[in-house]
Design a protein around this ligand. Structure first.
Ligand SMILES: *Cc1c(COP(=O)(O)O)cnc(C)c1O
Length: 374
């Protein structure tokens, strides 16, 4: 059985370091927003190439606070894509704003810049490109459109730690970048975590207040804030893991390159190969007809996943967005056809090969499968 994800494998070589970091926090008796959080924030800001990181409790909180810090509120519209985890759209509604959705590009599966301008209205305040599966959205044209219309750009980089293009990394393209450290993300906590990155110190100051009850100093609440603080154990564990991230990313890219090669030979459709270092392969997905049947055939030997089976605009909870089936054909086709294959640092070449063989067999016409079985 080849698992979809193997976090134990990732943690085994650094288990003693993680345990020691947690032990030190417990011994210190200081558990929330202390020196370990500050140290991790500095390290992550350096890693992303930005001036400030503000650590929070989840990636969802990061998106919520980034929107509030950018001044987004009731009456405003924010453009994003339906091909994302629901948190992106939920955060827009938490801020009191309305989500205007724009379809994704059929090759890269990220926000299609050619469709953005048609969605801009006098109320549009911000754009949230999602670096889906770990691939940078097409940031150059997105930033150009935002500049031309005076819009704030907030990257949803929850899946894209370390993705880079033109010497810049995810989180350093927009006005604000939002990260998740959910355990399965490329840089994951041993629990929940998130962060906002920015080069603007005014936004960083506002974010620091908003995550901690709007306090400017103890018990002086100048903003209506939240309890979105990161805890010290997670910060300490993330700080232990961060120096390993680039090596883990290299292993993901190696596995992805082999998948690209073998799947091309097998005639299986996958997302367009990344050019250079702009993809960190949080997810490696293929497109197959009859996806659910293929997934069921793989289940005994290969762990798979679906990111995501229902696009946000067709989720029952988001009927209030006012969209209908057919409104975003690319996102809807992806939701029907994409299947996420095993992808984690340490996935071996032999495992990738076995997955590709199993997938080719599972996709073969019924007659061919019967022949193999016989
Ligand atoms: C994981 C994720 C989030 C939410 O992060 P949490 O830490 O789970 O709150 C937001 N957007 C995307 C694209 C994600 O993958």
């Amino acid at each position: 059985m080849i698992p979809f994800l193997d976090l134990e494998l990732q943690h085994r070589p650094i288990l003693a370091d993680l345990a020691e970091a947690a032990r030190q926090v417990i011994a210190s008796g200081h558990f929330v927003l202390g020196e370990r959080t500050a140290a991790f924030e500095q390290a992550f800001a350096d890693y992303c190439g930005v001036s400030h990181t503000v650590a929070v409790n989840t990636g969802t909180s990061a998106l919520h606070l980034a929107l509030l810090a950018a001044g987004v509120g009731p009456g405003d519209e924010v453009i994003t894509t339906p091909a994302t985890f629901v948190a992106t759209v939920a955060a827009i509604q938490y801020a009191g704003a309305s989500a205007r959705l724009v379809d994704v590009d059929p090759e890269t599966w990220t926000l299609d810049p050619a469709r953005i301008e048609a969605a801009i209205t006098p109320r549009t305040k911000a754009i949230i490109p999602v670096h889906l599966h770990g691939r940078l959205a097409d940031m150059a044209p997105i930033l150009e459109i935002a500049r031309a219309h005076g819009l704030v750009v907030i990257e949803d980089a929850a899946q894209a730690h370390g993705a880079e293009s033109g010497g810049r990394r995810a989180g350093a393209f927009g006005d604000l970048g939002c990260f998740s450290f959910y355990p399965g993300k490329n840089l994951g906590a041993c629990g929940e975590g998130g962060a906002v990155t920015t080069d603007r110190s005014d936004l960083a100051d506002r974010l620091r207040r908003l995550r901690d009850w709007g306090q400017e100093r103890k018990y002086l609440h100048v903003d209506k804030g939240f309890n979105y603080r990161m805890d010290e154990i997670q910060a300490a564990l993330l700080h232990v893991k961060l120096p390993h991230l680039d090596r883990w990313t290299a292993l993901r890219r190696q596995a992805a390159a082999l998948y690209d090669e073998l799947l091309d030979k097998a005639g299986v459709v996958h997302a367009a190969p990344a050019d250079g270092r702009d993809h960190v392969y949080h997810v490696y997905a293929v497109r197959v007809a009859d996806r659910d049947a293929v997934r069921a055939r793989l289940a005994p030997t290969v762990g798979t996943n679906i990111h995501y089976p229902i696009p946000v605009h067709l989720q029952p909870a988001y009927a209030d967005l006012g969209y209908r089936p057919g409104d975003f054909p690319v996102a809807e086709a992806l939701a029907h056809e994409t299947l996420s294959l095993p992808m984690f640092p340490g996935l071996t070449d032999d495992q990738v090969q076995a997955v590709c063989e199993a997938l080719a067999a599972a996709c073969a016409p019924a007659a061919a499968r019967a022949e193999v079985a016989a």
